[in-house]
Design a protein around this ligand. Structure first.
Ligand code: FAE
Length: 526
């Protein structure tokens, strides 16, 4: 409680965002504004608060990835994972588990706060990034703006003109989005795998489209030319990129720290949120050491609280607060409206003459766009499988329009997700319809050896794109203000109602920009 008393003594209990600018430097454990999580939603909030002159504390449960290990590199590669790969595991848990049914992909590792986590629920695993930058550390960098018609369907109350005119462009510019030079794409061996998949899609009458990226394609060209250190061309992606990628620590978060008003506490996990009688939010946190041991329990007080722990992290904090009675007025819809963005991974086996190449960039640059097919809308990213050997596999991550939704609960203390295998099979069914067409047109078959021992073709039991849990306009108002509680906000992927039809981080970033623009102007009344 000492922290709270300090906050009250410093007058932090009833300040607003305007008056927060005028506060004197307080004790370390307090800040006018706090942000939980440093992924897309958290990074936007931190930057915009910092620019507004508001002292802001960011709590991030993962570490800061800026120190080289013994090999001189910050991150390890996908092919040679070590303790820097996964979040407190003794063996890696890569999405593509086997090759020719052999357990050759995953490796034993030492427990350590690595940047990739796989959170397992019944029938659904959720991959998330952990560390300063959240998912931006481990993701494929695909920076896709959703089709306007689908965005409008998912967010009927959001002004699409404003989103497409202001916030999407702002997000893309801040994230450093760029596009591959088409002539380089056509000639480089590093994207032969993509060109083969494009040809097979075209043979089935399907359209492909280039997708932008936050990976610096000029750097990639220098990698190919041998004049820059290799990262995307050296198999680096899901455990982090040592070069080339404009992850949030190099964009939004660097700018946030540059304001001089933002502090990031790493290896600190918020475990509970409550509210003091004077309206101050109290965030309870645990600080861990690199072995995972809790070395300190802390309590922070703040006036404005921005929740950005991602779909899982934010939903869990709010659900716990509602169930424990700490924040009883939270909306009944907190925990609901979750979906995996219809994700399904699958592989196809090509003919011997359709080689995909031993050189493969880890950054996807093209998708098969059949979203406009109202009978079976699918957008399938053409994914790399960089093994350094020719394997004739075409890999895909399909985003299907699966309308199934699930709810979280944490009645017995642990977070549970009510997602069923039959809900996943909706996504698999849609992916199958599309890829059956491609196989028929090319006389090819699926690969049965990539996802474990059971001859599985469609990996529909994991997602890279967890969305929902605190849906915009349901658990929050139309701008991410949490219903039932003033000065508490959600700015991350939990606002998106389970599906957005494309890879989601541009949408999450743009929505967070929209929230911050509104909140910093309007939420000034005491
Ligand atoms: P997120 O980025 O997950 O950040 C949440 C942060 O909060 C994390 O750093 C957590 O460690 C931290 N955190 C959580 N709970 C707590 C707590 N209680 N206390 C303190 N810290 C906490 O959230 N999306 C694309 O658009 N394009 C892609 O190419 C793409 N590829 C992907 C590939 C992989 C392997 C993965 C895992 C994801 C991929 N995604 C991609 C998804 C994308 O990274 C994801 O939608 C965003 O990162 C979600 O952003 P949020 O701000 O919601």
């Amino acid at each position: 409680m000492a922290a709270l008393q300090t906050a009250a003594a410093l007058g932090f209990t009833r300040i607003d965002l305007q008056s927060a600018r005028a506060q004197e430097a307080p004790a370390a454990d307090n800040a006018p504004a706090m942000v939980v999580g440093s992924g897309y939603g958290g990074a936007v909030a931190a930057l915009r608060l910092g620019q507004a002159g508001i002292r802001t504390l960011v709590l991030e449960m993962g570490r800061l990835w800026n120190t080289p290990g013994k090999d001189g590199k910050v991150f390890c590669s996908t092919a040679a994972p070590d303790e820097r790969s996964m979040w407190f595991r003794t063996r890696t848990e890569a999405p593509l588990a086997t090759f020719l049914w052999l357990d050759v992909v995953n490796k034993d590792i030492t427990r350590y706060p690595g940047p990739l986590d796989r959170v397992r629920f019944d029938h659904m695993s959720v991959y998330v990034g952990r560390g300063v930058g959240g998912g931006s550390l481990v993701n494929g960098g695909m920076a896709v703006t959703p089709p306007r018609a689908y965005f409008t369907e998912q967010f009927p109350t959001v002004d699409a003109d404003e989103m497409y005119g202001t916030y999407f462009p702002r997000a893309r510019s801040m994230l450093g989005v760029n596009t591959i030079d088409p002539s380089w794409f056509e000639s480089t061996p590093w994207y032969r795998f993509t060109r083969i998949s494009r040809k097979h899609a075209a043979n089935a009458g399907l359209r492909t489209t280039f997708v932008p990226s936050v990976y610096d394609f000029e750097h990639m060209r220098r990698e190919a030319a041998g004049t820059a250190p290799k990262s995307a061309l050296a198999g680096e992606v899901i455990y982090g990129n040592n070069h080339g990628k404009r992850s949030l620590d190099k964009t939004y978060l660097a700018a946030a720290l540059g304001t001089g008003n933002v502090t990031v506490h790493t290896l600190e996990r918020a475990t509970a949120v409550s509210r003091a009688p004077d309206g101050t939010y109290v965030v309870t946190a645990e600080r861990i050491d690199p072995s995972g041991a809790v070395v300190e329990r802390k309590e922070y007080a703040c006036t404005h609280l921005f929740l950005a722990g991602g779909s899982l992290g934010t939903t869990e904090l709010l659900l716990r607060a509602r169930e424990s009675g700490a924040l009883p007025d939270l909306d009944a819809s907190v925990g609901a409206g979750w979906g995996p963005n219809g994700n399904v991974m699958l592989g196809r086996a090509n003919h011997l003459w359709d080689t995909v190449g031993e050189d493969q960039s880890t950054m996807p640059v093209m998708g098969i766009d059949d979203w406009a097919n109202t009978a079976n809308p699918v957008f399938a990213e053409i994914a790399p499988l960089p093994t350094g050997l020719e394997h004739w596999v075409s890999l895909y991550l399909a985003i299907t329009r699966n309308r199934e939704r699930a709810s979280f609960s944490c009645a017995d203390g642990s977070l549970k997700l009510g997602w069923s295998a039959s809900q996943s099979s909706v996504s698999a069914g849609m992916a199958k319809k599309l890829f059956d067409r491609i196989n028929a047109a090319n006389a090819t078959i699926y690969r049965y050896d990539l996802f474990g021992s059971g001859n599985r073709v469609f990996a529909d039991d994991f997602t890279y794109h967890p969305l929902g849990g605190c849906v915009l306009g349901k658990a929050t108002d139309g701008y991410g203000r949490v219903k039932g509680y003033r000065r508490m906000y959600v700015t991350d992927g939990s606002l998106v109602p389970g599906s957005i039809g494309v890879n989601p981080f541009v949408t999450i970033t743009a929505l967070a920009e929209r929230t911050m623009a509104r909140v910093l102007v309007e939420d000034t009344a005491p």
